[in-house]
Design a protein around this ligand. Sequence first.
Ligand SMILES: [Zn+2]
Length: 278
Amino acid sequence: MDEATARRDLIRICHLMYERSYVVSSDGNVSVRLDDGRILATPTMTCKGRMTEELIAVTDIDGRALNDQRASSELAMHLLIYEERPDVMAVCHAHPPHGTAFAVAGLAIDQPILSEVILTLGCVPLAAYGTPSTDELTEAMRPLVKHHNALLMANHGAVAYGSDLWQAFDRLETLEHTARIAILARILGGSKNLPADAIEKLINVREAAGYLGENARCQACGYLHETQLSCPTGDRPAPTSYSSSSSRNGSGKISLTREELVELLAQALTQGRPGNVW
Ligand SMILES: [Zn+2]
């Protein structure tokens, strides 16, 4: 993508994020990687609704400034994604209210309730909390980035990324829309999950069509828990909602974390009826 188009699209997306209430005040940040490796990014402490092209910060791939604008302090999150995903050329980070509500409630958006979301976005895991702009946050995200196209960050917000700015923004929008539908469905008595065979067909379709690759078949992905598909990735991260801290203590008792207990109850409930426990 040429730089003039990237600059124009970046400003348009900043304005859309603000108009759609995905950010307020100086929240959020957007970046795009140019073909020559330079990064165009939103600057620190600037309202996205008032972004103009003159405010765009330019950095190298390590975040070093190449013009007189200071890039967002959250640029490290973007640089991590570019490092882990050579296919990604743009990143949108925001605090959309419904998606962020999931992140605040400690929930991933990983229930298979909408066929098109399975086709185009995949499940959205929840990265553990890390202080914004520090290594804590990027290290919590790192194992998930390879396998997912959008993440929630606990007690913080959401990030989505793609091969260009519009794909990154569309994924952010799909994340927010899915979260909103899930919350509304819960008010109506709870959503019904797609059955395992339907999920498997959708995953096969998305791979055949090139919407998402096999790298998205991660065991952290809630969709796969009941399908016959296995994850081909060797370095799969541990599921975020099911920690490995449970242990047998030698007395025949098993101790579970709260998350593990919730997961077990969720599985029991799902087996009882085709719904979910969001
Ligand atoms: Zn943020």
